[in-house]
Design a protein around this ligand. Structure first.
Ligand code: AMP
Length: 223
């Protein structure tokens, strides 16, 4: 990867595989995965003011207000570990956030190089979300049907305890998908108009999607 900096946005509905794929690429590309959902969950665990504010929205499957989210991302991107770029997972989720991101990066003399859109049909998304279990310790993701752990409730990789995200339960997951189609789908058009969008079939296996993403990233012009 020769680009001076590489900011890549992952787009796709909840359950499309953004987090799984960003984690795989993180190691391979040496770029940090920045997941706004993970940052909110960490704040919630620590019972910070931001975490408690975010909880009221997350519990309902709604988006945390743009001002709060953008300020949090601005702070995160100012760290030295983002100087070479980042894999943005779950941000931007509204057109206003996408515009704010462009401004934030412009202030740093940088820009979004590419957006990777993982496309998955609606009926598959709900099935994926409702069977998802995550390791409390290392964040590894399992699925009761597609990739179950060897021992129920225990992480194959580190032995940590597996849990189901409260917002993956059916009613909240349905609302998250509704919010996605209303507020986040326009972000796909936004990046398409800028010529930055690459669409990937997210129904393929994890390895196939990973390979397709690497190919798309390899085609990016160096900055
Ligand atoms: P995720 O882990 O990406 O599915 O995010 C979980 C929840 O965190 C979402 O349902 C939102 O409530 C909140 N959240 C995460 N990212 C954003 C964002 N970019 N804008 C607003 N809310 C967000």
């Amino acid at each position: 990867m020769l680009a001076e900096s590489l900011f890549i946005v992952f787009l796709g509905a909840p359950g499309a595989g953004k987090g799984t794929q960003a984690k795989l690429l993180e190691k391979e590309l040496g770029l940090l995965q920045i997941s706004t959902g993970d940052i909110f969950r960490k704040n919630l665990q620590e019972e910070s003011e931001l975490g408690l504010l975010a909880k009221s929205y997350m519990d309902k499957g709604e988006l945390v207000p743009d001002g709060v989210t953008v300020a949090m991302v601005k702070e995160r991107l100012s760290h030295a570990d983002c100087a070479k770029g980042a894999l943005l997972d779950g941000f931007p989720r509204t057109v206003a956030q996408a515009e704010a991101l462009a401004d934030l990066l412009a202030d740093l003399g940088k820009r979004v190089a590419l957006t990777l859109y993982l496309k998955v049909p609606d009926e598959i998304l709900l099935q994926r979300l409702s069977g998802r279990w995550i390791c409390r310790n290392c964040g590894a993701v399992y699925h009761t049907l597609f990739s179950p752990p060897k021992v129920a409730g225990v992480c194959d990789l580190c032995g940590g305890e597996l849990y189901q995200r409260p917002d993956d339960k059916v009613e909240t997951a349905q609302n998250r998908l509704r919010v996605y189609f209303e507020q986040t789908a326009p972000v796909i058009e936004y990046y398409d108009r800028l010529g930055l969008l690459r669409e990937i079939d997210g129904t393929q296996s994890i390895e196939e999607v990973h390979h397709a993403l690497l190919t798309a990233i390899g085609e990016v012009d160096c900055q």
